[in-house]
Design a protein around this ligand. Sequence first.
Ligand code: BJ8
Length: 423
Amino acid sequence: MSNYVEMWKDLGMDLENHDNLCAVLPVAFGDVYLSQENRPEGMGFWDFVVSEIHGIRPAELVEARKNGQKVFGTFCVYVPDEVVIAANGIVTGLCGGSQFWVPDGEKVLPKSTCPLIKASVGARLGKTCPFFRLADMYVGETTCDGKKKAWEILGEDVPMHIMDIPQMKRAEDIERWAGEIKKFAKVVEELTGNEITIEKLNEAIKTVNEKRKAMARVYEARKAEKLPISGKDALLMSQIAFFDDPTRCAQMCNKLADELDKRIEDGVSVFPAGTKRILLTGTPLAIPNWKLHHIVETSGAAVVCEEMCTGTRYFENLVDDSCQTLDEAYMALAQRYMKTNCACFTPNTGRIDDLVRLAKEYKVDGVIDVNLKFCCLYDTEGYNVEKAMKAAGIPVLGIETDYTDTDAEQLKTRVQAFVEMLG
Ligand code: BJ8
């Protein structure tokens, strides 16, 4: 990635510290990803993106900004990308998934904050992530308490817009969310200088729907008895989808899905027959958090589905792309986004229904409920997850972890015992 040094300098990054980050990522990627056998050829695209993770896409964004486009950095799957795209803006995910950034986050946040928040704040303050340096505006949301307070710190020197997410899903809440989306559209119009028309919004909705459909195709292939792709590879596809251009993302996912369909036809599997099928649920796994997948897939099991924001919550449910007015379209967006089931809502029974449905669709042998340390919402909801899984006769294992490797051995022992127990 050395070709990008000038760009990183211009972005005001801490080059020395960034070199340390660039030194650890290829090793981790090699251990976790390149050690796998018989991977689909289509994964070459994602391998390449990771090898250039702080170079190729940031360079595209720098170029786009030179041409007058604005970049919006987001942290949650409730923020509607469609609105930004309709104003010719670009969306990039900003959630941090590396322990590398946590110490910088801990300089300003309590240690008892979830690692995702600490890493995100640390990536900004430590000046080691080009995406944070590039964004013209950060878009926060009122989901969990830790994030709400983090916006006040992140917004100190970058414009920050916060979307007020309802905590319940009654009709009046969905209407209020449509109003929040409308307000967001005004902010986006102001920053980009571009008007959002119904034609442009319908076009943007189509673009994002296509991306969702393409990702869903890859997931569909994971329902096959002979698994044509590992959970790790599918996770990588989801993680990169938050950063990539949506049209290219759809193209690459469709290409991969074509290859997976062919593999299914030919009976090609990346796991031996009888490998236990695991559904992961819980807090999101931001890139480069591959820890749990690696543990599961080196313990005699395969991850076949993620009921997570880096998983089904990101691409399930489409938006009506034929609305006649902007208000109708904002309502259509609100309805779709309110179908996402995050633990910040009460009640959140939709997530339990999703879990039971997904467990059947992906023919899982067991569920692992993974919680990022200090995420009180998902930790507490673990009670309902466990109860519902037991009622449905699905074995479940609850795990709490962070971004360090200190508990990896202990987790491996627990996961192996769980997999053995599945018979
Ligand atoms: S829709 S899961 S992306 S809020 S893990 S930061 S909740 S303390 S990330 Fe999330 Fe949107 Fe919900 Fe998804 Fe807080 Fe929990 Fe940390 Fe979390």
